[in-house]
Design a protein around this ligand. Structure first.
Ligand code: COA
Length: 372
């Protein structure tokens, strides 16, 4: 069995940004338009009027201040309210592959590797741009990587589940080096016309290079242990899928985008994640006092504050549990990897940290790492 290390990470950040204020102005204009268009039905009581959103609510409920997106104009057009990403010919790179390759190239540069050194590409994300061929295979080809590639989807936990999958293959010896790529175009499956969730997501891509922990001279992170768990829940759900046409559901339906019962998610996921981390640490022989850093899933600041306190047994010091959600919003599987990528260089040899993601499924994945 081989030991495994993370030797590089990369983050692609879209150039367009939407602040809470900008988002709320667009949403409220959309709500006014909707209410005017449905005035008679609203008076008759057959359609509910859309209430306004509020930037103060968004920040207080989530900690989010802004998000990055691939397209701003479509989202902020009150008559449209979703991004405009023009269709591309089949022989041009897809959107997920394009942003995934950018993140992957940054991760390879950080690891001091060439794409040809890689023999596994996993594209792990909460949605795939098409049914087939796998986006991972397209990324492999665009990068110039060898070996093989595949896609996997465990929603917000896709990155940590991908890291465990790659780690296990490197450990067993079937591959030497892998790159786990998380292109998250959440703006395309978020319902921007629903004030309960319109502020939640942003777009980004992350990538993580993993390889055998042999003769590594540059700073890296040893993968000490990984753990994944799932428990079925309908509280975060998206009904879009390949059977849609067979169901005669090609109309503009609410359930074909992200839906959640946010309160239930909040209540049910917190104990699940806290217990998962506690069990993982206990089995790995890690005490709370051993942990120098927690890189958590980036959905909600209050959730992270709760988990950080539960895991460490005290309120985390500044920087011990870095959040990036104020800048990026929830970027699904990529969130904990952005936090890790942007807040890990200062750790010294021997320092231990824990990456943890959680979300739809429900799913929770944790990775214990040690600076080497
Ligand atoms: N602006 C103003 N008011 C809003 C609003 C908005 N954009 N969205 C909702 N409200 C209102 C609600 O209608 C509700 O009003 P009511 O009390 O009169 O019924 C009130 O604010 C509280 O709404 P609620 O949905 O209960 O808010 P919350 O405190 O639970 O926060 C979330 C909402 C989504 C931020 C929070 O539940 C959450 O983060 N949950 C977990 C999310 C998560 O991790 N998801 C994983 C996704 S992968």
């Amino acid at each position: 069995m081989h030991n495994v290390a993370i030797t590089g990470t990369g983050v692609f950040t879209p150039k367009h940004r939407i602040t809470n204020d900008e988002l709320v102005v667009a949403f409220n204009a959309h709500a006014d338009l909707f209410n005017a268009q449905h005035a008679d039905a609203i008076v008759a009581g057959t359609v509910d009027a859309k209430p306004h959103s509020s930037a103060d609510f968004i920040f207080a409920a989530s900690g989010i201040e802004q998000r990055y997106v691939l397209d701003r104009d479509g989202i902020l057009d009150p008559a449209r309210m979703y991004p405009h990403l023009p269709a591309r010919p089949d022989d041009a790179p897809g959107y997920m592959a394009e942003i995934g390759v950018d993140a992957a190239q940054k991760a390879l540069a950080a690891a001091g590797l060439h794409a040809s050194d890689i023999d596994l590409v996993i594209c792990a994300a909460s949605n795939m741009e098409r049914a087939y061929p796998a986006v991972g295979v397209e990324i492999q080809q665009l990068l110039g990587a060898g070996g093989f590639a595949f896609d996997m989807n465990v929603a917000c936990s896709s990155a940590t589940f991908g890291i465990q999958t790659a780690t296990d293959m490197i450990r067993a010896g079937s591959i030497r080096r892998a790159i786990v790529v998380n292109p998250e175009i959440c703006s395309a499956h978020l319902e921007w016309r629903d004030r309960d969730c319109h502020f939640i997501f942003g777009d980004v891509a992350t990538a993580t290079v993993l390889e055998r922990d042999e003769d590594l001279t540059a700073p890296h992170f040893k993968v000490k242990s990984t753990r994944c768990a799932t428990q079925f829940s309908n509280n975060i759900r998206n009904n879009n899928g390949f059977l849609r046409r067979t169901h005669n559901q090609m109309d503009d339906r609410r359930d074909m985008q992200f839906m959640q019962n946010g309160r239930r998610v909040f209540k049910e996921v917190l104990p699940l994640v806290s217990q998962h981390i506690a069990d993982h640490m206990a089995d790995a022989g890690i005490q709370a006092s051993d942990l120098k850093r927690l890189w958590l899933h980036q959905a909600n600041k209050t959730m992270n504050d709760y988990i950080g306190k539960k895991v460490l047994g005290r309120v985390p010091d500044a920087g011990e549990q870095p959040n990036i959600l104020q800048d990026y919003a929830n970027t699904s599987s990529a969130g904990s990897i952005i936090a890790f990528s942007q807040n890990s260089d200062d750790l010294v040899v021997g320092d231990t940290g824990l990456i943890c993601s959680f979300g739809a499924g429900y799913s929770v994945g944790s990775v214990i790492v040690e600076r080497g």
